[in-house]
Ligand binder design. Sequence first.
Ligand code: DHB
Length: 476
Amino acid sequence: MRRTILTAPLCMCLVTLSLSAQDGLKYLPPQEPEQRTLTLETGETVHYRAYENIPYVANIEDPQYQKLNIYVPESAYGDNRDTPIFLRNYVGGYMAGRAGQPSTKDATGRALAEGYIVVIPGVRGSNSVVEEHGDKIYTGRAPAAILDLKAAVRFLRHNDATIPGNKDRIVSDGTSAGGAMSALLGASGNDPVYEPYLKAMGAADERDDIFAAVCFCPIIDLEHADMAYEWLYRGTNSGVRNLTPEQAAVSEELADLFAGYQTGLLLETPLGERLTASDYRHYLKDLLVNSARAAQDIGMEIPDSIGVLYGSTREGKREITDIDLDIYLEYLVKMQPLKTPPAFDPLNVLASRPSPENMVFGDAHGSSSNFTEFSLRKATADPEAELDKDLRQRVYLMNPMNFIGKEEARTAPHWYIRHGAADRDTAFQIPINFSTKLANSGYDVDFELAWDRGHSGDYDLDELFRWIAGILYRNE
Ligand code: DHB
């Protein structure tokens, strides 16, 4: 009884606070928004209206980034029921992404031309800072970026009446670390594990699941990316990669961890075969051959000096039959030197320079941090060192692999995932495993290694927007 009396006023106070915070998230669009035009490279001109610098959380920590921009093509004006929303983020290198404007240089301009509403939220990242009492506070350490994207989606739903567009047709897009955030947004919809953080930020009390995720070269599964990288490239260590004996030893140790990880994923190929480390080179070769053939079909010249093997069809046509993976990997390494081991969590292990990932897992004072037990143990020379619980949780919250097939999460039904066949920023197994896990869990996945593409995104927009139109049509 005594307890009830003591806590009741506090409860009421909290309820009032959170209600008023939710009211503060109601958006009143300007009566006369700015009208703009964008001329695409095709010469097509798109007329649209701009609504900019709209805060999407009630408790703004970082006003430079926690705001979003909305662009509504004239064709969608007055229609707030059906028009899909293209949600582009500009996260790169795990740094903050600006609330940008539509551009002819990426998919945003094209999305407007297609008649879609474009939303670009600012997103905090490893380098975003605010000043507090003369101190620098780093606002974007993990998992801030995903929280901001979720808060932005919730804000759109919260303002369904005043912000046009179909909030159940949100298509997210990003590249590299931004592709990772698109992947995580798509994978982890509504998972209550993020709820305490979102509440504390004053995010709208709404769903944050999305319809589709477009992920170009997503730098994901960070805590397993080092082992995958060394497993793939170990054959180049004493050759073109030219590692020191110390680096080669770390590489071998990491590479040896990959098979166990891969087995534990329990993935299946489309033919229903287990995708283990011992089958992986074969599986990767098939994907690369498909990629090379698709490129050949549209007239690209592919030299056999890079490991691509040709045979002749009965009609006498030159056809790609196989790829020598060792030659091909060596070619990639010659084109762009590899990261040194450990590629993603190198802090204080041989190389002391922190990676973008070490920075994003650092703290609000600007520290960098190891985020794998492997590197932490090497860095501290303590073979029993463990990541602390809080950091383990933050690592968990940043990895989309954790949410596929998880009951509490509503994963996006549609996925478009591309990784360049010439991209060495992460190992091929990383996006392949991600796509395979999604497909194995019953989601609609369009995945390809894009021939001759390096680490880049928003290419082949004709294909991307055909795919988007296709998933929208199928679900009508
Ligand atoms: C990006 C590239 C990387 O190689 C990496 O480790 C993290 C992020 C990027 O381009 O966003």
